[in-house]
Design a protein. Structure first.
Length: 426
């Protein structure tokens, strides 16, 4: 197969790493890709918001399958665009059409879907700017801390957790005034769920068939001990020790299967990944959010533990035959440590030379997240720069290997957390 993978981050490098291992691949293209993916296939300088350019490339290179990594093209309707073009409509596309992508693109859509299909989640109500008084009254029916979520996409920055009613009132006014642009024209207010988070991933084939991939836990805060500002993710581990067979059976019975059946019942076309952001609330799983793609940096550990051929799973997703597939997971643990630029997640400098990657690759798998090549030198090009992932017989061993490898990679003001996974291993 000729496969086109869309995206440029650590998630896409991890997907490319796994896809390239498949015997089903004839050619792998990554658009736009990064210096790491260049070693696995052919990088293509496509603008993913230019759907016509994507379609032209698909036709030009006789692409058999398109795999979409990031959420924005899905929410904007790339799958619909290709499906409506007679020259690309028969190309397999891994990712939902625009309506299904609203599970991530609209918090209100997702919460209404969960309510309609009795999927456990936090109590909520949605308000717009004309309902500020009603929204503040609803806040006072909840016990702090208080959760405010911009309805639309905000690159992971649209969720606020406030300790007091006054702070929540002020934040609500800012959101309605355009703090997150049009994304916060509507705001979802929901109860705070107490517990431990984890990420569960499934592939869904649109006919009711699905498979569940290895679970993971990511770490969003910049500081050790989960302190400081939220980031796109500072690392991840898989498996998650508390997600035992009984807990995962509850996840499948109460959340995954009702979600898949709900998509079919609502006639929502969906072929692709579903990310379930979950909270373990005293042993009972509840949904915090859906994403319509794989998570990052969870993909950087999930792909290490996925032993089943990924392209075979993707082909079954496109063909509607996932019910006949089985997922086999590596019994080893995997831990990912993210190296970030100093100043991230706020302002940071770019174009600092990176050294030590080859040495790190001797014991770990190194995924590029925000790198570039300038004057034949690998340099930093983002806030999250390099994801170092490693196997281990235990999570602690995997973490120590990743930390050792991460310490060999250097660039100016580099930073990484050293406690990824320790909360669930000690």
């Amino acid at each position: 197969m000729n496969i086109l993978l869309l995206g440029s981050g650590g998630r896409e490098h991890a997907l490319a790493w796994k896809i390239a291992q498949s015997q089903h691949v004839r050619q792998l293209f990554i658009a736009p890709g990064n210096p790491g993916t260049a070693a696995l296939g052919t990088n293509v300088p496509l603008n993913l918001s230019d759907f016509s350019a994507v379609a032209s490339f698909v036709k030009q290179e006789a692409i058999d399958m398109v795999v979409c990594g990031p959420e924005q093209p899905l929410v904007d309707g790339l799958a619909d665009f290709l499906a409506n073009d007679t020259s690309t409509c028969n190309v397999a596309f891994i990712g939902p059409k625009r309506e299904g992508a609203q599970l991530e693109g609209s918090k209100d859509f997702a919460k209404a879907f969960m309510r309609r299909h009795n999927i456990p989640t936090a109590a909520y109500q949605t308000f717009d700017g004309t309902q500020a008084a009603e929204a503040k009254a609803y806040l006072r029916t909840l016990t702090p801390p208080l959760v405010l979520k911009a309805d639309g996409l905000c690159a992971g920055k649209g969720v606020l957790i406030l300790p007091t009613y006054d702070e929540a009132d002020a934040a609500l006014d800012e959101m309605f005034a355009g703090k997150f642009g049009t994304a916060s024209a509507k705001v979802v207010i929901e109860e705070y769920l107490q517990g431990i988070e984890l990420s569960v991933f499934a592939l869904v084939d649109g006919t009711g068939g699905y498979v569940i991939l290895p679970e993971a836990k990511d770490y969003k805060r910049i500081g050790e001990g989960d302190t400081g500002l939220n980031t796109g993710g500072m690392g991840s581990v898989s498996p998650v020790p508390f997600a035992d067979a009984a807990f995962m059976q509850s996840v499948e019975d109460q959340i995954v299967r009702p979600t898949v059946n709900g998509l079919v019942a609502d006639n929502i076309p969906y072929k692709g990944f579903v990310f379930f952001g979950l909270m373990n609330c005293a042993g009972s799983p509840k949904v915090i959010e859906y994403n319509c793609r794989m998570g990052d940096p969870e993909t950087e550990t999930v792909m290490l533990r996925l032993q089943t051929d990924l392209v075979s799973l993707l082909k079954a997703t496109a063909d509607g035959t996932l019910s006949a597939m089985q997922v086999v997971s590596d019994p080893r643990a995997a831990a990912c440590v993210m190296l970030v630029s100093g100043g991230y997640p706020e302002s940071y400098a770019k174009c600092y030379p990176i050294t030590g990657v080859s040495q790190a690759q001797e014991e770990s798998v190194v995924f590029h997240a925000g790198t570039a090549v300038k004057d034949n030198t690998l340099v930093t090009a983002g806030g999250r720069v390099i994801a170092v992932s490693s196997y281990g017989s235990t999570l602690s061993e995997a973490l120590q290997t990743s930390l050792h490898a991460a310490d060999t990679i250097t660039f100016k003001d580099a930073y990484h957390r050293r406690d990824i996974g320790r909360d669930v291993t000690c």
